[in-house]
Design a protein around this ligand. Sequence first.
Ligand SMILES: [Zn+2]
Length: 167
Amino acid sequence: MIYHWQLGTGAQISADNEGAQTVVTLVQASAGQQQRTSNSFTTGIWIAPPHMTLTPTGGILKIITPSGESLIEIQGNSISLQTSHSGTSQSTSSSSSSTFTADTQSMPPMQPMQMGNMQMNMQPMTMRMGDRELTMGATSQQRFCSECGTPVKPTDKFCASCGHKLG
Ligand SMILES: [Zn+2]
């Protein structure tokens, strides 16, 4: 069963229920030409004849289905579905999906290991025993005082710790 309405804008609306689909066709006649717009919406099977409410810009088609009311708004040449749930309390709980992101960047930095007066750092690999410090790995540039073992800068001429003249 196809229903027809004449809108105040001069356009013709027809609505048909094909299974769970509501097919709305808008025919606008202007200057001898017909413009046809057809949209289908999954509304469910009509359980009552559709009702058209005319508006200044088109109309609102109310469809009653077992799951509630469906409103199809016709505005100009656009047809859009606006679902309104009457009676049945639809749970509107927004899906609060826990956003778990394995962010390796936010890992806490490795804490230095401390054993007595011995301390080890991983980045860079350094070992401190008492007042002695050893730096390992990626330290080809690193020099040590030949007298006391204190790390010294390559530009140092004398050990900052013991004053030994560096070679
Ligand atoms: Zn020294």
